[in-house]
Design a binder for this molecule. Structure first.
Ligand SMILES: *Cc1c(COP(=O)(O)O)cnc(C)c1O
Length: 428
């Protein structure tokens, strides 16, 4: 591959590191999809990254569409983020006392997302999901939760039913270690169909653009239908915007589509690559949280000084011009992928929602998890993935993930990606 990098540990190999990792970390990884089980081969161990590119320990350079599953919207090691984190670190990394930056970040989130009046900062999307459900239950005094097949809301017990992403990749409908009682109050409904919402439902939780079963946009009327069904039943509507938040536009999916939930989850983009997530919503609902109300929720590292510094730095870069640029890049990628596969007679669908791009093999649009599974089950993605990797392009190591072009991806990166795609698909 191009740009061999002499500075990145000349004696390292991915193979050796993966073997070493497997001795002390289950499967050699700290999150299952990284183990490459669904695409085969050995994961590349990243030595460093900059902008649109990552370099592995062997010195191979990849044009990176993983970007930490969307956490790095500016691209890797953006100087504004690096500087903010370095300066914050010098002032201490965690205190167990409130800081001004937490307030500034909460203000920045509430300013941008219409209807979100209060937020609480946490350290991962999983934590945001767990806490948002507890908040909805505490507020309504009800226990049932409706989620949608193929939507992923983190790995808390009650939400580990019918999930997408790694669970889909591993073909596990559920997880061992989760007692049936923990998901007994979780109803899984098909995506893009408004379910019946009964008077015992605390909340309906949805990815307003599903991005963990490949990319599946909400059908026209779906989100509006959920809003109406929740209102009729006195249930809360929760948008999981861990991926869409501050990516599909400054106001996230709720701003883009004009449907306002009662509660939101945010993550990925707002941490600028550090462990930070949030949940928020209407003041009246959020005030059930301790110390104001009786819903307990806490965290030693919540609102961490480094993470809030990174988050504020990222948000400072995300103006209208940035979103226009992201969408232009994503459109070039999506259009280019469509014509590349088209020219080779390989039927694919390439869904796009602003800066988010997906890829499904097969001729038919995908609107739910069953269709996503049919498309992803063919093995075609694994072949493409491995050939692209050999050509210096890193897509996610599983067919259920979206592509995350960043603000650092240039027209040259997109052009190189498209010629790699042509070469990959035509390879014998
Ligand atoms: C990534 C993700 C989560 C979980 O976030 P973690 O930080 O990985 O725990 C939740 N919801 C959605 C939509 C996600 O994409």
């Amino acid at each position: 591959m191009d740009n061999p990098d002499s500075s990145s540990g000349a004696n390292q190999s991915n193979e050796a590191l993966f073997k070493r990792a497997g001795e002390v970390i289950p499967g050699g990884v700290n999150s299952p999809v990284r183990a490459f089980r669904s695409v085969g081969g050995t994961p590349y161990f990243v030595a460093r990254a900059s902008g649109a590119h990552v370099w592995d320990v062997e010195g191979n350079r990849y044009i990176d569409y993983v970007q930490s599953y969307g956490a790095s919207i500016l691209g890797h090691a953006h100087p504004v983020v690096v500087d903010a984190v370095q300066r914050a670190a010098a002032e201490g990394t965690t205190y167990g006392a409130p800081t001004e930056r937490e307030v500034a970040l909460a203000e920045a989130l509430c300013e941008r997302v219409a209807g979100c009046e209060m937020v609480r900062l946490v350290s991962s999307g999983t934590e945001a999901g767990m806490s948002v459900i507890r908040t909805a239950r505490g507020f309504t005094g009800r226990s049932r939760v409706i989620k949608f097949a193929g939507c992923y809301h983190g790995h808390s017990d009650g939400l580990l039913a019918g999930g997408g992403t790694g669970m889909a990749t591993l073909g596990l409908p559920d997880s061992a270690g989760v007692p049936a009682s923990m998901v007994a109050e979780t109803v899984v409904a098909p995506y893009n169909v408004v379910p019946e919402v009964g008077g015992d439902v605390a909340c309906v939780i949805v990815e307003p653009v599903a991005a963990n079963m490949g990319l599946v946009p909400a059908a026209p009327g779906f989100l509006e239908g959920l809003r109406a069904a929740c209102d009729a039943a006195g249930a809360l509507l929760v948008f999981d915007e861990v991926i869409t938040g501050f990516r599909v536009g400054p106001g996230g999916a709720s701003g883009l589509f004009g449907v306002r939930p009662d509660l939101w989850m945010f993550g990925k983009v707002i941490g600028g690559g550090l462990p930070l997530a949030a949940f928020g919503g209407r003041r009246e609902v959020m005030e059930v949280l301790a110390p104001l109300g009786r819903v307990y929720q806490a965290g030693t590292l919540s609102g961490n000084p480094l993470a809030t510094a990174a988050g504020l730095a990222v948000l400072s870069q995300l103006d209208d011009r940035a979103y226009a640029a992201l969408t232009t890049t994503a459109t070039a990628l999506a259009d280019g992928l469509r014509s590349a596969f088209d020219s080779l007679g390989v039927p694919v669908t390439v869904p796009q929602v602003g800066p988010l791009v997906g890829l499904f093999f097969g001729p038919d649009p995908v609107t739910n998890y069953d269709q996503a599974r049919a498309s992803c089950g063919t093995g075609e993605y694994a072949a493409l993935f491995n050939r692209l990797l050999a050509h210096g392009v890193a897509f996610a190591p599983g067919p259920y993930e979206a592509l995350f072009p960043s603000l650092a991806h240039t027209a040259e990166d997109i052009a190189a990606t498209l010629s790699a795609t042509l070469a990959a698909v035509t390879a014998p």
